[in-house]
Write a protein that binds this ligand. Structure first.
Ligand SMILES: *Cc1c(COP(=O)(O)O)cnc(C)c1O
Length: 505
């Protein structure tokens, strides 16, 4: 709202023209809202709208701090000047001012009520090109997973009831059998997220003992998961081996002692050390474990059940490879490359997992029925690999051909060019998408972006307007242009994207 300086005495006269709450509730547009919303909600909205208007009249509005310094003057919304009759500077028509207030305030009330009743958690179109974007909720769920959530949540379910015996059942058994059939491991356990899985595993296997980790693997994930801190919380003592860039088996040998309870391998999910480097391989770590009779655990982060080598992506995160290396316990997330709900999955030797199940901490980090429903449905898709590739969005987005994405980008540009020709330059540019979610930081996946260069609006303004849409649209700001990478935009979202862009300009 643009503000202009006005005489203070006049502001008082304007203030007197503000309608009361009751009067506002009787305007036709607000009265109509009474059919949809409780009266208390509308009263509250009317108070807020009035307060905002009063503050604006007195020059106390947002972004107005320290500006209304001129003595005897206040800042008024420019809109008020519209009620000024031409040539009659002094004698403002106060009656039309009242009509103006009634009109603008009732509009404001419906805006406030509308905003209040919109969900806080909104749908977002992810045009960042980052497939597993933690801020955007990581993996989208498959149709099968969504249906399972709907079924489990809309009524009662056998979460902890064995329907064969009528006895109490275990919620973990709903998915443990599927996991042990999919991966050659003795036992499986599921908790709320991978951070909880690591915490539970360390607390169970190494509380008041020592855990050895390479200095090159002391990761921080997403600001809050820091290996040394998780270790402290678990009650285990961290012992560092080797150096940041080089750790050999002998570095582990040098620190293994009486107190050692576990050798821990952490996947360096979100960074890569390049150059003069040496990591002890999982296989070497496993043979060290055998030599000293110590268990070996791998925190994999973004565990993957399918083979990604044909995409030119590396295989460090293949769960079956890590299992084959012979580690005793593996932990990974449900909502990274597995493509399911937020969960922490623990696979491994029966003895260790049985102890974890008995740990009171397990009760504190167990997952709910909705998670288990979505996870079960996701896991079932993996029994038919082609179905998994097709149905699990995180995987299908990885596999889109660049040509397919290019076709979508052309469609967007063709649809927008005529409408936007005076407002922005549109181009189709090659770019690279990322797996994200702390998986394969060094991997670039060829992709295509619709790139927008506005003529008048600033790029930040365009981005802000797109964020305000429903669904909100999130792109990437780069080189003073807005990049919309279409690898992460689902086919059904393309039309919404086009519509939103037209509206924004
Ligand atoms: C992502 C990640 C975690 C944390 O997993 P959440 O599911 O976010 O709790 C832990 N360790 C590694 C190596 C990771 O990549």
């Amino acid at each position: 709202m643009k503000l202009v300086r006005e005489n203070k005495n006049r502001a008082a006269a304007y203030l007197r023209q503000l309608p009361g709450v009751d009067e506002l509730l009787h305007t036709p547009s607000v009265a109509a809202l009474l059919n949809e919303y409780p009266r208390t909600v509308l009263v509250e909205a009317a108070r807020v709208a009035l307060e905002n208007q009063r503050a604006a009249l007195l020059g106390e509005g947002k972004g107005n701090k320290g500006k209304g310094k001129g003595k005897g003057t206040v800042l008024l919304p420019e809109a008020l000047l519209d009620v000024k009759e031409p040539g009659r500077q002094e004698n403002r028509p106060l009656a039309s001012l009242r009509a103006y207030f009634l009109r603008s305030l009732s509009q404001e009330i419906s805006q406030i009520v509308w905003r209040q009743t919109r969900p806080n958690l909104k749908k977002v179109i992810n045009a960042t090109g980052i497939i597993l974007h933690t801020n955007l909720g990581r993996a989208p769920l498959s149709k099968a997973a969504l249906e399972a959530v709907q079924a489990a949540g809309s009524g009662y379910c056998n979460l902890e009831l064995d329907l064969n015996t009528g006895q109490r059942g275990s919620r973990i058994d709903l998915v443990a059998g599927l996991l042990t059939r999919l991966m050659p491991v003795e036992e499986a356990l599921v908790v709320n997220n991978n951070a909880a899985a690591v915490l539970l595993a360390l607390n169970t296997m190494a509380r008041e003992k020592e855990v050895i980790v390479s200095r090159g693997q002391l990761v921080e994930i997403g600001g809050s998961f820091r290996m040394p801190e998780i270790m402290r919380q678990s009650g285990a003592n961290l012992v560092e081996a080797g150096t940041t860039n080089r750790t050999y088996p002998d570095d582990y040998r040098a620190v293994i002692g009486e107190q050692t309870a576990l050798l821990l391998h952490v996947h360096t999910s979100n960074y890569k050390i390049i150059g003069f480097t040496q990591e002890t391989s999982l296989e070497e770590l496993v043979s060290l474990g055998r030599e000293y009779q110590l268990p070996v655990m791998s925190d994999l982060g973004s565990g993957c059940f399918v083979d990604l080598t044909f995409l030119g992506l590396n295989t460090e995160i293949s769960v079956s490879k890590v299992v084959a290396a012979g580690v005793d316990v593996i932990t990974f997330s449900g909502d990274k490359l597995l493509g399911g709900p937020q969960a922490g999955i623990i696979l491994g030797k029966r003895d260790y997992l049985a102890k974890m199940k008995k740990n009171p901490l397990f009760r504190a980090v167990r997952c709910d029925k909705l998670t288990l429903a979505a996870l079960e449905a996701t896991l079932r898709l993996y029994f038919d690999r082609p179905a998994a590739w097709k149905e699990i969005p995180a995987l299908s987005m990885l596999r889109f051909k660049k040509e397919e994405i290019e076709e979508e980008a052309k469609k967007v540009i063709d649809a927008l060019k005529p409408a936007l020709k005076d407002y922005a330059r549109l181009s189709l540019e090659p770019t690279y998408a990322q797996v994200g979610g702390g998986a394969m930081p060094a991997t670039n996946i060829p992709s295509v972006a619709v790139v927008i260069e506005p003529f008048q609006l600033s790029i930040c303004e365009v981005a802000a307007r797109l964020r305000g849409k429903e669904p909100a649209i999130i792109g990437r700001l780069q080189e003073d242009r807005l990049w919309l990478d279409l690898r992460t935009v689902q086919k059904e979202e393309i039309d919404l994207l086009i519509k939103a862009l037209k509206e924004v300009f």
